[in-house]
Design a protein around this ligand. Structure first.
Ligand SMILES: [Zn+2]
Length: 479
């Protein structure tokens, strides 16, 4: 069996990964707080852990790996966003508006991450579905002397848990200096963090032994991971911006409740993302959503390839130039992969990837396979990285950039036929932009036999015209 090595933040070392049970490998990754479109930086952990998920499935078998990623759907930012909608005149109670906002944002998130070629996790728990488990865990923490109630709040007593700070290597003073620790008069120590807080009538709340209220953010992941995976599981992932305080607090809660060696055995953290060499920020104008990029015509597969080009433990720089380069490579690979049935994943690709998820190294292996013309191996290796997959579909960036939407279909208005004809038109343009005129001519002739006439139009686009003998099933085979 392939040996996977991962850098474990908990030990600071690269270690051979040994699951608790190879028949039941379990990975939990912190998901988004759902009140807005995912920005490009949010896509990084999703892609990193999607590749790890694919690798684990490859090594242990798809049926032996479980991936859970939560949705935080109770949070003050969500309340504020819903309240803003209400003030702007949206109809319904605040509760209705919160539900609509979180439902809508979750649907966007899945759609945008799917467009980048990510598989959906096996479990996508919403925090509001696990309030009972959170209350039970908080009660247990109080019983065991690790938490206390004060003024309708329940706080974790950081001093009661000696190993606190071990993951991030922070001491008590660093914690106050380095993080936004909320100063409150009811806290025994200012580093104590909220497990439960009171809700007034206007805010979402659930009954609890401490009055109507809502959970703090950190307890959500501890409670959901335990409910889904049990007290101990294999991998916990997330961005390194979550290491402190979120992950430190998750560990404190779960280990104080369930024993020192419980919770995740391996912690994997990805580095952050920059845009054109600068930290993303709204004021610099380089802050944009995944959807914005997709709508600008960047194919999801191109975005994914740019991400894979940087190792997860290094800061990643998104640039337009990288996207152009990735598109050029993928266009060549797609032409080579056309109609090819993937073989077995070549060992050098797996071994490189298994070495602490070395995605740039795995891409280099794919370049070699493409250069020597091993198309079956190329497709199999690329698919392990989530590239050249059927899910991610067909595209051509040159077409999209200059003339996308400009493949005109003159037909009977049937949307299915229109899409089919446009796809054939795009493929024809793809061959021509790759200067593969033999394939372009062959496709045009085959399309004509199936009743679709391809021709140039004056604007530089393409007209695909439906003629008699139009045969969608024949055309389908040409895609
Ligand atoms: Zn979390």
């Amino acid at each position: 069996m392939t040996e996977i090595r991962l850098t474990n933040t908990k030990t600071g070392r690269r270690e051979v990964f040994e699951p608790c049970n190879p028949k039941d490998v379990r990975m939990y990754v912190c998901g988004p707080t759902v009140y807005d479109r995912a920005h490009i930086g949010n896509a990084r952990p999703v892609i990193v852990f999607d590749v790890l998920y694919r690798l684990l499935r490859h090594v242990y078998g798809a049926g032996h790996v479980t991936y859970a990623r939560n949705f935080t759907d109770v949070d003050d930012k969500i309340n504020a966003a819903a309240l803003a909608r209400k003030r702007a005149g949206a109809a319904g109670t605040l509760e209705d508006l919160i539900r609509a906002l979180t439902d809508e944002t979750i649907a966007w998130y899945l759609e945008d991450m799917g467009a980048l070629g990510n598989l959906e996790p096996d479990h996508a728990p919403r925090a509001t579905g696990y309030i009972t488990e959170m209350v039970r865990m908080i009660e247990e923490l109080i019983e065991k002397g690790h938490a206390y109630a004060a003024h309708g709040h329940v706080l974790f007593d950081v001093e009661s848990y000696a190993p606190y700070g071990a993951l991030s290597g922070r001491s008590g003073n660093d914690m106050i200096a380095g993080a936004r620790v909320e100063i409150a008069p009811y806290k025994k120590n200012q580093t104590d963090f909220v497990l439960w807080k009171p809700s007034d009538d206007a805010l979402p709340g659930w009954p609890s032994p401490w009055g109507r209220g809502r959970p703090g953010w950190h307890i959500e992941c501890s409670a959901m991971a335990e409910k889904i995976f049990g007290k101990t599981f294999d991998i916990h992932g997330g961005g390194n911006d979550l290491m402190f305080p979120h992950h430190e607090n998750e560990i404190a809660q779960s280990c104080a409740c369930n024993g020192a060696d419980s919770f995740a055995r391996v912690w994997v953290h990805n580095e952050m993302l920059q845009v054109e060499g600068r930290k993303m920020s709204k004021s610099l104008g380089n802050f944009f959503s995944v959807r914005t990029l997709l709508d600008q015509g960047y194919p999801g597969e191109v975005i994914r390839m740019v991400f894979l080009g940087t190792h997860y433990r290094k800061p990643m720089n998104w640039t337009r130039k990288k996207a152009r380069d990735a598109a050029a490579v993928l266009r060549r690979w797609r032409v080579a992969a056309d109609g090819v049935t993937p073989g077995d994943v070549p060992p050098p690709v797996i071994e490189t990837l298994a070495h602490d998820l070395n995605t740039p190294g795995a891409l280099a292996e794919l370049h070699t396979l493409a250069r020597i013309g091993h198309a079956e191996d190329l497709v199999a290796g690329a698919q392990l990285l989530g590239l050249l997959t059927p899910q991610i579909g067909h595209w051509d960036w040159a077409v999209r950039k200059h003339t996308f939407g400009n493949v005109q279909f003159a037909g009977d208005g049937s949307e299915t036929h229109g899409q089919l004809a446009r796809s054939i038109g795009e493929k024809w343009m793809m061959f021509r932009s790759a200067k593969d005129f033999a394939s372009a001519d062959k496709l045009r002739d085959a399309a004509a036999k199936a009743g679709l006439m391809l021709s140039n139009d004056a604007s530089g686009g393409i007209t695909a015209k439906k003629e008699s003998g139009f045969d969608p099933s024949l055309l389908q085979r040409l895609l």
